[in-house]
Design a protein around this ligand. Structure first.
Ligand code: ZN
Length: 298
């Protein structure tokens, strides 16, 4: 089961997050039928969004949006405060040959562009606050570095981020996925920062230890080395969409009577696919007639 933990290290001057996201990433890739490289890119972005969400308070929805000129065309990943994530790649079948070292060319499929973080809050209590939007240019395209760059430039939080998705050409397609995010808060000792960076640079690759059964706590131990940390909370990570048949009906109804009538006449039904999770909702003739009846009553 996927899990995310968050906590602190170095007397509260460092915020630490780690997650295993193998199942959530597998579900995203299965739903969107992505190519391996697009799947790796989506998986890293979903994992990063979950980790970033766990480090922030006071939001209902956190969206990481990559708009880029590479073959994938862009990626959207959302996280809620409970560890639910959902997301999609604009061109899920985009693919490039592997790099010379055999790894997926994530940087190549992403290309150049802009990395956005959007935080929205207040829905639940009926407030419609302006969302917070931060953005930076894509500096790497490998995604973990882009999260770190975003945190440093846009939120003035020096950070070290590692994100990984390990795939193979058979079932289970996703063998391991997860990530670590370390944020240096005001007062963090320079020495500690350098130590963490050195430890993370020398650590074995994240997905190789996840594949061996590492827990989120093990990921932090690997990333932090001799530095002690305290876990403050834990949550489940789930690929979970907010769409439903009722919402699909509502959206079709919002198109107006004329549109609904022509759907009945021409197709005697309607089909809607959710962009976030690729779930398809089929509305039969009687569902559409129900919409007309309901709108007639108003
Ligand atoms: Zn959906």
């Amino acid at each position: 089961m996927d899990k995310l933990i968050h906590g602190t290290a170095a007397e509260g001057t460092v915020r630490v997050m780690a997650a295993i996201t193998t199942d959530a990433v597998a579900e995203a890739i299965r739903r969107h039928q992505t190519s391996p490289t697009a799947g790796a890119a989506l998986g890293r972005t979903l994992t990063g969004a979950a980790l970033l969400g766990a480090s922030q308070k006071d939001f209902d929805r956190l969206t990481v949006k990559i708009e880029s000129d590479g073959p994938v065309g862009g990626i959207t990943a959302e996280a809620d405060p409970n560890g639910n994530v959902r997301g999609y790649v604009k061109n899920p079948h985009a693919e490039l040959p592997p790099r010379v070292d055999g790894k997926f060319d994530v940087r190549g499929v992403i290309g150049k562009g802009t990395f956005y973080v959007i935080r929205e809050s207040g829905f639940d209590i009926g407030l419609h606050r302006e969302p917070y939007v931060g953005s930076v240019p894509i500096v790497s395209g490998e995604i973990a570095e882009d999260f770190a760059y975003y945190l440093a430039k846009s939120e003035q939080i020096p950070a070290a981020v590692s994100l990984g998705v390990l795939l193979r050409n058979s079932d289970p397609f996703v063998m391991a996925a997860g990530g670590v995010m370390i944020q240096m808060l005001p007062g963090a000792n320079e020495h500690i920062v350098t130590m963490i960076e050195d430890t993370m640079a020398r650590a074995p690759h994240l997905t190789s230890i996840i594949k061996e059964g590492a827990s989120p706590k093990d990921l932090l131990t690997t990333a932090l080395g001799v530095i002690d940390f305290e876990v403050l909370g834990e949550e489940q990570v789930l690929f979970q969409c907010t769409c439903s048949f009722e919402k699909a009906v509502g959206m079709i109804g919002a198109l107006g009577r004329d549109e609904v009538e022509s759907m009945i006449e021409e197709d005697s039904g309607a089909v809607m696919t959710c962009g976030f999770c690729n779930e398809t909702y089929t509305l039969e003739r009687e569902d559409l007639e129900g919409i007309l009846l309901a709108s007639g009553a108003n």
